[in-house]
Design a protein around this ligand. Structure first.
Ligand code: ADP
Ligand code: MG
Length: 160
């Protein structure tokens, strides 16, 4: 990971600086949407997540952690909603970079989110980290669900 603090240009802001960020640091240029319906799709999503995390500069360990969290929410899509999507994107808020993961489905929704987010709760006896584990390893986690309409899980992990 190159240390940007060594670049004098970044530490001398000028009033004449144009407001838009350079295109290569944009938010959506690396966005990739993976349809999730089969076991193979889970593998694809986690691999693409790992690749993206590597290009953003995450350590191998953090790439693995991110891949695990992606697996969990992608598996939930198949288990509970049959199909959906996982969208991966590069984050850049000007100061930090990171990866965003959005899992969306039009499945049955989650009747009791507090219960679903409880450690040790599982209706499928999975050995994975589950939703609470995914929340723990990510920096931001937001679950929105509407009964009969579907579920969206938005997660972010920032480089530190
Ligand atoms: N996308 C989803 N749609 C509907 N229900 C879900 C979804 N994701 C999770 N759930 C519900 O939340 C519970 C907890 O999920 P999770 O923590 O992954 O544990 P597990 O999948 O092992 O049961 C699940 O058992 C399921 O009832
Ligand atoms: Mg699960």
């Amino acid at each position: 990971m190159p240390d940007e603090r060594t670049s004098p240009d970044l530490t001398t802001p000028s009033a004449a600086d144009p407001p838009p960020a350079p295109p290569e640091r944009g938010r959506d240029d690396a966005a990739v949407c993976v349809s999730i319906e089969t076991e193979g799709d889970i593998v694809t999503a986690r691999q693409k997540g790992r690749e993206l995390a590597a290009t953003v500069g995450f350590t191998a360990t953090d790439q693995t952690i991110l891949a695990l969290a992606i697996s969990e929410i992608a598996r939930n899509i198949i288990s509970y909603a049959k199909r959906g999507t996982v969208t991966l994107g590069r984050l850049d808020d000007g100061g930090r970079c990171g990866v965003s993961v959005v899992a969306e489905d039009q499945g049955p929704g989650i009747p009791d989110v507090d219960l679903a987010m409880r450690d040790g709760y599982s209706t499928a006896k999975s050995l994975g980290m589950g939703l609470p584990g995914a929340k723990r390893v990510m920096d931001e986690f937001d679950l929105t669900t509407v009964l009969g309409e579907g579920t969206t899980v938005k997660m972010k992990k920032w480089l530190r």
